[in-house]
Design a protein around this ligand. Structure first.
Ligand SMILES: Nc1ncnc2c1ncn2[C@@H]1O[C@H](COP(=O)(O)OP(=O)(O)OP(=O)(O)O)[C@@H](O)[C@H]1O
Ligand SMILES: [Mg+2]
Length: 330
């Protein structure tokens, strides 16, 4: 199946001052992955590993330092982030932000917020636009009576629905969600996740779903990407990765969940060693980023930076000593 979106050796460095010198913070440090039409991909990894930076590169609100973002086989990474607002492909890649309160204009009613998106992305006004707004409100379960309210007159869950309606009203091919439920109460999170699950079935969009919550990713996503300090360390079908994670970092993440690793308790070799993560500033390319925290780290890990390699079953891992995995039938 052709890829809908593809990242090729994608990088974003940020210059930072350290000890009076300008150094480079490697927020996204050479990432390759793809999303197929209709596929839901989860992106997980600890705070600061580069998830939001990657999302901003893919949605073209931030310019890459190097590498490509290809959408329907066209390199959109070269379109400057400012010019992207006018790009014909803008409407095909839409985003739902973490905090619905921050991301809604307090001076716009829900109707105006969604209509603005229809006008900018689809070039529609008047009755046609109004019909699209109401259709999108229906998709997200937002009662029409609420459309004329301002954000401060809506609950957190209702604002989240407005944010989702605004993103899907242009019927994008790809919806990118960066921690879409993190700012919501737990009970509302569940409702919004059920809504996303339903939209996924009904609208046949591709989703890129960023979450701290591995259980949510397990529930919603066909495939999962695990990031660590600017790199993808493991990628593969969600069931297979959760059943038998291959990378020591993924094993530690899954071992920490209730239920833990399949087949019983995690052994000491499945828990991260204490200590701080390495710095993302000018990291040594010849050293594995997990070294120092990795229970398996050996001399080679300090001499050769592991690359993402295929291990069969649609899975990839960047580790010199991955756990042996048994492939799960899909
Ligand atoms: N504009 C910037 N200037 C300098 N450094 C930045 C900038 N934006 C992000 N960073 C750094 O890039 C790294 C990745 O940040 P990013 O926000 O992508 O992480 P994240 O995985 O989304 O974290 P979280 O889970 O906390 O949202 C961090 O070290 C962050 O401090
Ligand atoms: Mg983030």
């Amino acid at each position: 199946m052709p890829h809908l979106l593809e990242a090729i050796s994608l990088k974003r460095l940020f210059p930072v001052k350290k000890d009076g010198q300008t150094r480079q913070l490697h927020a996204v440090d050479g990432i390759d992955f793809h999303i197929a039409p209709g596929e839901t991909v989860g992106l997980v990894g600890e705070s600061g590993c580069g998830k939001s930076t990657l999302v901003r590169l893919l949605t073209r609100t931030l310019d890459p330092s190097d590498g490509q973002v290809r959408f329907r086989n066209r390199d959109i990474g070269l379109v400057r982030s400012r010019a992207m607002a006018l790009h014909p492909q803008r409407k095909d890649i839409q985003m739902v932000f973490q905090d619905p309160t921050d991301s809604l204009n307090p001076r716009y009613t829900a109707r105006q917020t969604i209509a603005e998106s229809v006008r900018l992305l689809c070039g529609l006004r008047g009755a046609e636009a109004a019909a699209r707004v109401e259709e999108a409100a229906g998709w997200v379960g937002l009662p029409l009576a609420l459309l004329d309210r301002y954000p401060h007159q809506l609950s957190g869950g209702q604002k989240a629905r407005v944010g989702i309606a605004r993103a899907i009203v242009s019927r994008p091919a790809l919806l990118v969600l960066d921690e879409p439920t993190a700012a919501l109460d737990v009970s509302v999170q569940t409702v919004i996740l059920q809504l996303l699950e339903r939209l996924k079935q009904e609208l046949q969009m591709s989703f890129l779903f960023v979450s701290h919550d591995l259980n949510v990713v397990r529930l919603l996503c066909d495939r999962v990407l695990v990031m660590y300090l600017g790199r993808v360390v493991e990628a593969g079908p969600t069931d297979a990765v959760f059943h038998a994670p291959a990378h020591p970092y993924t094993r530690a993440l899954i071992a920490s969940l209730p239920g833990g690793l399949a087949g019983g308790q995690a052994s000491a070799a499945d828990l991260l060693v204490g200590g701080d993560p390495q710095s993302p500033i000018d990291p040594d390319p010849n050293r594995c980023r997990l070294l120092g925290r990795c229970p398996r780290g050996l001399a080679r890990c300090g001499e050769v930076g592991p690359q993402l390699e295929d291990i069969g079953g649609g899975r990839q891992v960047a580790c010199h000593y991955p756990a042996v995995v048994q492939h799960v039938r899909q």
